[in-house]
Design a protein around this ligand. Structure first.
Ligand SMILES: CC(C)(COP(=O)(O)OP(=O)(O)OC[C@H]1O[C@@H](n2cnc3c(N)ncnc32)[C@H](O)[C@@H]1OP(=O)(O)O)[C@@H](O)C(=O)NCCC(=O)NCCS
Length: 325
């Protein structure tokens, strides 16, 4: 049997980086519909200006000199390593995945002790279990067809007294940035994560501004809404639109502070932000908007279904250790 050859990919080598990204994408998206993957432009921007302190490992697997699989791992200091790994369908069950995983572990030695990976397939879960990992959390991926109908979204909810929704796109307005930082920190503490190791919080205003800058460089327009109840910020939501590849939008975080839940604020926020999308020219090219909701987060699943989202597949997030024990 031919031995698998594993080689590192230099992220500064443009062609090699793009070939690696395409291979990883092809392995992950084979046989699935409406799956988002980072565009060439975003990938070049991401590795061209890496987050300070981040360790990146990029690996390519070949059989008989033919590229058949790829892996990527990213570690921010103190956080679990995030690993992506895929093998082209015609070359599976020949030990390529196992060889890539072993090489990724060796490269992460000394940089991370906990490792996390995501998969939307049974093969991925079986493979990760073989690697000594366990399922830490599972989420539905939900899809809603785009574009929005020309009129305002169906049935506007009864207004909550004292509620104002501010929406914008791009960086957070200066007068709302402290509130935004407080609520995103709250989200990091609150978001259901099952048994997964929780990452460090996104931090304060300075970190937020840096992250907005990096997202913009990578082509992201941040479409955002903030809920103010009697003038106090109590919730937020955001949608990501990538101008290099606007076909699939992502409805990301939505948070309503615990004390104010059950009053229609989440719904009002999401509806207002969907309307806000109309002001983003590239969103007109979207075919889908996707969102992820934990399998047991019934209130959010019900809200998403009522907004026209339907379950597409299940994402399993797995966790293990770099030592594999
Ligand atoms: C998951 C994936 C990377 C496995 O790659 P691979 O090269 O086929 O994996 P290997 O041949 O090294 O398999 C190692 C072990 O994993 C398990 N495994 C892999 N695929 C499996 C499947 N379809 N069903 C059951 N077990 C499976 C087996 O225990 C296997 O050992 P064995 O073949 O000796 O029984 C590949 O299926 C893939 O690219 N899937 C899509 C991307 C993805 O989900 N990646 C996330 C990985 S956490």
């Amino acid at each position: 049997m031919t031995a698998v050859q594993i080689t590192p990919v230099d992220p500064a080598d443009r062609e090699a980086l793009l070939a690696w990204n395409a291979l990883l994408r092809d392995g992950y998206t084979a046989g699935r519909d409406a799956v988002w993957w980072a565009s060439e432009e975003s990938t070049l921007a991401q590795y061209g200006n890496p987050k300070p302190g981040r360790i990146s490992v990029l690996l390519l697997a070949r059989l008989d000199d033919e590229p058949v699989g790829a892996a990527g791992a990213e570690v921010d200091p103190g956080n679990p390593a995030q690993v992506e790994l895929s093998v082209l369908p015609g070359h599976r069950r020949r030990g390529v995945g196992r060889a890539l995983a072993a090489a990724a572990r060796a490269a992460l030695d000394g940089h991370a002790s906990v490792v996390q990976a995501e998969t939307s397939s049974e093969a991925g879960v079986a493979f990760a279990r073989d690697q000594g990992m366990r399922i830490g959390n599972q989420e539905h991926r939900l899809l809603r067809a785009m574009p929005l109908p020309p009129e305002t979204e169906a049935a506007t909810p009864a207004p909550t007294p004292g509620l104002e929704i501010r929406t914008w796109h791009g960086a957070c307005p200066e007068d709302l940035v402290e509130d935004w930082a407080r609520l995103t920190t709250q989200m990091d503490a609150d978001v259901p994560m099952g048994d997964l190791t929780r990452p460090a919080s996104r931090g304060e205003v300075e970190d937020l501004r840096r992250s907005e800058q990096r997202m913009d460089e990578q082509g992201w327009t941040l479409v955002r809404g903030l809920a103010l109840l009697e003038g106090t910020a109590v919730g937020y939501t955001e949608i990501f639109v990538n101008r290099h590849d606007p076909e699939i939008l992502t409805q990301d975080d939505t948070l309503v502070e615990r004390a104010h839940r059950g009053r229609g604020i989440g719904r009002a926020l999401k509806l207002a932000n969907l309307e806000n999308l109309r002001a983003v020219p590239e969103a007109a090219q979207a075919r889908w908007i996707q969102t992820y909701t934990a399998l047991d987060n019934e209130p959010m699943l019900a809200l998403n279904r009522s907004l026209g989202f339907r379950e597409a597949d299940v994402l399993s997030i797995l966790e293990g250790t770099t030592s594999g024990t």
